[in-house]
Design a protein around this ligand. Structure first.
Ligand code: HEC
Length: 104
């Protein structure tokens, strides 16, 4: 019972994220990326440098089969070397959409 419930919950979370990704706004994502990510990542071609050993967004954007929904999900889950930025789902989707444009 609980497992089914958990599975349903994660399904609806994935669906919500997919919807958010569909409505994502790469322009907003760029603003967010410059605010939250630029300290550590090179987020745009006009940015000269960033701190640390991080992949530039242009490289992340070129990842084969990059899935914006998965990228947005990754951004929502706190992860060891990156601070928990408390992004909303919409913000994560916007940033993911922006990163995808950087790989083009
Ligand atoms: C405090 C520094 C810091 C900030 C701020 C930061 N990152 Fe990172 N990020 C890192 C580091 C370090 C890594 C490499 C992690 C590793 O190699 O395990 C990384 C890895 C990533 C990866 C995975 C790349 C890959 O190919 O594995 C993505 C995607 C990413 N960051 C996106 C973002 C986004 C989007 C933001 C802003 C919302 C952000 N990061 C803010 C330090 C940061």
């Amino acid at each position: 019972m609980n497992r089914i419930f958990a599975a349903l919950l994660s399904l609806s979370a994935a669906a919500a994220l997919t919807n958010a990704a569909a409505a994502a706004d790469a322009v907003k994502g760029q603003t967010l990326a410059k605010r939250w990510c630029a300290a550590c990542h090179v987020v745009a071609i006009d940015q000269q440098r960033a701190n640390g050993q991080t992949p530039p967004f242009s490289a992340i954007g070129k990842t084969p089969d990059l899935d914006p929904a998965k990228l947005a999900l990754f951004l929502l889950v706190p992860h060891p070397k990156m601070p928990d930025m408390n992004l909303s789902r919409a913000e994560a989707a916007d940033i993911a959409a922006y990163i995808v444009t950087q790989g083009k």
